[in-house]
Design a protein around this ligand. Structure first.
Ligand code: ZN
Length: 153
């Protein structure tokens, strides 16, 4: 058998580290017309998500902030998954991503294939919040109703 679980986990860890060290879309877009801040006080993750909405289309999405490797990697993957999607499509992707983090379900959507690397967080309750933060913050930015969200009430 060539499928070695340890090797797989090694690859996933590598993907998470890659994204956290060199996050994609880590910037503040000049044309952003929506933004929201997400805060996870349990870990100290703080992420601002910026969106450029053109009608129903997310023409740009980026983020800034700091946090643990999981929160930053997840934010990086989130921007890649959601850029260019319509608002309803983005909503579906976010719901699916949150489910992957919570249950460890496999990512059956092409745009979410990278999230396979983060599915392991489902085993650690505190880590689920780190992974989910950027996606919840994107929801807040999309809805335009809340400027700041937190994982704790
Ligand atoms: Zn964290």
């Amino acid at each position: 058998m060539s499928t070695d679980l340890n090797n797989l986990q090694e690859i996933y860890r590598h993907r998470v580290l890659e994204h956290s060290k060199h996050p994609h879309n880590f910037r503040r877009p000049t044309d952003a017309n929506r933004e929201a801040v997400g805060f996870n006080p349990l870990c100290g993750d703080k992420i601002t998500v910026y969106l450029q909405l053109d009608g129903d289309q997310i023409s740009d999405i980026a983020f800034e902030g700091s946090g643990c490797a999981i929160s930053v990697a997840s934010a990086s993957m989130m921007t890649e998954a959601i850029r260019g999607q319509s608002v309803p499509e983005a909503g579906e992707l976010i719901t699916t991503a949150q489910n992957i983090f919570a249950t460890g379900a496999s990512a059956d959507h092409k745009a979410l294939a990278e999230l396979e690397a983060l599915a392991g967080v489902s085993k650690y309750r505190s880590r689920i919040k780190c992974a989910a933060l950027a996606w919840s913050t994107a929801t807040a930015a999309l809805s335009g109703t809340s400027k700041q969200i937190t994982t704790e009430k």
